[in-house]
Design a binder for this molecule. Structure first.
Ligand code: IMP
Length: 417
């Protein structure tokens, strides 16, 4: 029996959740995103081609699965329409299988502009500059515009005009930037409204009714636990809840809808953007992981910071998500490293404390590496002994079972343990 399953990242995002969602999606009827927006970059290999998803749930290229963008997400219509256009080349009927919640807050041009301006100032935290934080600020400040608002033209125009006059004051007086024109933005968004119309729906009904009908739902998280707005390395976080508890609120369904949570962790650690990173290696190892693992952001192209696996960090992320099993991704990238370091705790304390991340000094152990290229391995018995040992050491120290390891970008490059 398949259960309603949430896939979550156990590090700072970019764990390879996209590939795992795509791999599992064939067994599900619905694939739903519940938080975040176009800051996400989920990479999937489809028929040998690299397809990057930003807002569309990335399992939609599997059979007849329905993709849902939940009300907890923030939506950039321009990026979404480009993404859908691209997906149409793989499946001409893709639009029929994508539904967008009317409750989603819209990312507006002023959100992106303000995000970009702040990132050029002392306020910078290394965002993706997609307007995510500013859109969520408006949502919680109760001034945001939602997808459903697009279809009440008069009220949309009024709300937009109020928003733009406020934002123009900030743009001109605080940031000394050019003001925006409400007519242009209004026309642009009315154009988007028509293009999106057939996909706009009530996610609470679609997903809720699917669950009631006994269908299988795959909940797709974006970013990772350490980027959670409350439980991550604040303020160097994203502006949504990235942990599994966010599923219910992000789709308007009860909390018990999530029957199981599968974590995804990379076999080493990466982070993009600013903020503390206890196991960061700014020397040879970091460089090697970045090059062998192609560690460059799929949304921004920024080089990712890299370092050894951090047990305490993954244990913390698993605890707050309720993860008992995880997929270890990119194990193939470690091939050729003579001795692999793993941080099994910190000098001061063996627990991750997101308040003290700046001060945490990792305690490392070293395990023997493996020289073999494992990207063609499909059965656990064919993994080199030292690769199996690496997995065992991680399982022992984290207390989390590794259910699968991913050994390459292709959909089938996965080994069940
Ligand atoms: P924002 O979400 O664009 O506001 O960026 C806030 C922080 O989250 C920055 O450190 C970003 O690099 C990071 N971030 C946002 N989305 C992703 C992602 O999909 N993968 C990895 N990091 C992300």
């Amino acid at each position: 029996m398949i259960m309603n399953l949430a896939i979550v990242g156990l590090q700072w995002g970019d764990e390879g959740k996209g590939k795992i969602v795509d791999y599992l999606a064939r067994n599900f009827d619905v694939n739903a995103r519940y938080q975040g927006g176009s800051n996400a970059g989920h990479t999937v290999r489809y028929k040998g081609e690299k397809v990057i998803f930003h807002q569309v749930p990335c399992g939609v290229l599997n059979g007849n699965i329905q993709g849902v963008i939940g009300g907890g997400c923030v939506l950039d219509p321009k990026i979404l329409l480009e993404e859908i256009q691209n997906l149409t080349t793989y499946d001409p009927a893709i639009k029929d299988r994508i539904r967008i919640s009317k409750f989603c807050h819209l990312i507006m041009p002023y959100h992106i502009l303000i995000d970009e301006i702040r990132e050029g100032s002392k306020q910078a935290i290394g965002t993706t500059k997609k307007g995510i934080g500013v859109a969520y600020e408006d949502k919680y400040g109760r001034t945001g515009l939602r997808v459903g608002d697009l279809y009440n033209v008069e009220s949309f125009e009024k709300k937009l005009s109020i928003n733009i006059s406020r934002k123009n004051l900030i743009l001109m007086d605080v940031y000394h930037a050019e003001p925006l024109s409400d007519n242009e933005i209004f026309d642009l968004y009315m154009g988007y409204a028509e293009e999106l119309r057939s996909m706009v729906a009530d996610d609470t009904k679609i997903v809720g009714e699917a669950i009631d009908a006994g269908k299988n739902v795959l909940f797709e998280g974006a970013q990772g636990a350490m980027l959670d707005i409350d439980y991550g390395t604040y303020p160097y976080v994203t502006s949504s809840h990235t942990v599994a508890s966010s599923v219910g609120i992000g789709l308007g369904i009860p909390p018990y809808s999530v029957e199981s949570v599968l974590g995804v962790a990379k076999a080493y650690t990466t982070r993009v953007g600013q903020g503390p990173f206890p196991t960061e290696d700014s020397g040879e190892l970091g460089k090697l992981l970045r090059e062998s693992g192609a560690e460059f952001g799929s949304t921004t192209g920024r080089p990712r910071r890299c370092g050894p696996f951090d047990v305490a960090l993954v244990k913390y992320a698993a605890r707050i998500n309720g993860v008992k099993e995880m997929v270890l991704t990119k194990l193939d990238v470690l091939a050729g490293i003579d001795k692999i370091r793993i941080a099994v705790g910190y000098e001061s304390n063996d627990e991750m404390d997101p308040f003290a991340t700046e001060q945490l000094v990792p305690k490392y152990i070293e395990v023997p590496g493996f020289a073999e290229d494992i990207s063609g391995v499909r059965s656990s018995g064919d993994l080199p002994d030292n690769a199996l040992n690496y997995i065992n050491v991680i399982e022992e120290h984290t207390g989390i079972k590794v259910s699968h390891v991913s050994v390459g970008p292709e959909r089938d490059a996965i080994v069940k343990m």
